[in-house]
Write a protein that binds this ligand. Structure first.
Ligand code: BG6
Length: 277
């Protein structure tokens, strides 16, 4: 079942229910902010303090950072503008009783052209089932090429940050954005301080291990990933976040970031696909 719903302030989202899962996706940003499996697993973290207000990014779920990841480009807002723009809901289709495809689209508009001159189409397709699949497809509708960096900025629920390990990034080079130094990952990643890193050469599965549970992330069209947890001090400074919230989530973001930027030629497309299982 697919239903258009609204919060009291008019903020609209699509709710999808099938045999395997329930999901909620806001029209603003084509932003999935809930994905619960019917076995009770609540995969995506969402801040209790998250705003559902037009023009403000939702804190949690999977924000779409586009056409920039980060804030390296002064003309554009941090993580780009897609996450605060209203997408068009293209429709939904049930593949079977347990899997539903849902699609959204954003096109260039006067507001986007003011800060980013290009004509584009950004399609976001979800498959909601016992796995969650997200496709981010950029099409260049202009007559000149453009460059994008982007990320599916997934916030994952964890039992407690001290229990978490990330596997699959061993021996990968990364930029530590806290020190601005290039490093090499030694062993698995665990958390006992702020972590904010952009990994490169990521062409394999990443595993989020939390006690005995595991989530497996596979991305296509991407060879970079960001691992982020704000830890105590940054968490206390962040908008729409409780001061203890850093204990409850970790971000693993499948991306085209830094040297993994993509040039999209006129008339061509680039797709970034992520499967979470
Ligand atoms: C991560 C960055 O991707 O996003 C962090 O690596 C940043 O540095 C975080 O703090 C959250 O960003 P924002 O803009 O949603 O507060």
């Amino acid at each position: 079942m697919v239903t258009l719903k609204k919060f009291d302030n008019g903020f609209a989202y699509i709710e999808i229910q099938n045999l395997n899962a329930v999901a909620k996706i806001a029209l603003q940003g084509a932003h999935i902010f809930e994905y619960k499996r019917s076995n009770g697993e609540d995969i995506l973290w969402l801040s209790d303090k998250s705003d559902f207000e037009e023009g403000k990014a939702i804190r949690g779920g999977v924000p779409i950072c586009w056409p920039r990841f980060g804030s390296f480009d002064s003309a554009l807002p941090p993580h780009g503008f897609a996450r605060t723009m209203l997408f068009t809901f293209l429709g939904a289709k049930e593949i079977d009783e347990g899997r539903t495809v849902v699609s959204f689209k954003l096109q260039d508009n006067p507001q986007s052209r003011e800060i980013w001159e290009y004509k584009f189409e950004l399609e976001v397709n979800f498959i909601i089932g016992d796995t969650l699949e997200i496709e981010l497809k950029t099409t260049n509708k202009d007559d000149k090429e453009f460059m994008i960096t982007q990320a599916l900025h997934s916030y994952f629920n964890v039992s407690e940050i001290n229990n978490v390990k990330i596997l699959g990034l061993e021996d990968k080079p990364y930029l530590d954005t806290l020190t601005n130094k290039e490093e090499l990952q030694k062993g698995e990643i665990f958390f006992d301080k702020e972590v904010d890193r952009v990994y490169q050469d990521v062409k394999n599965e990443i595993v989020l291990a939390d006690n005995l549970k595991e989530l497996h992330l596979n991305a296509v069209g991407s060879s970079s990933a960001i691992v982020w947890n704000p830890w105590i001090d940054k968490c206390a400074r962040m908008s729409a976040m409780d001061k203890e919230a850093y204990r409850e989530f970790v971000c693993i973001e499948s991306a085209n970031a830094q040297e993994d930027f993509r040039i999209v030629c006129a008339g061509e497309s680039h797709a970034l696909n992520l499967t979470i299982e």
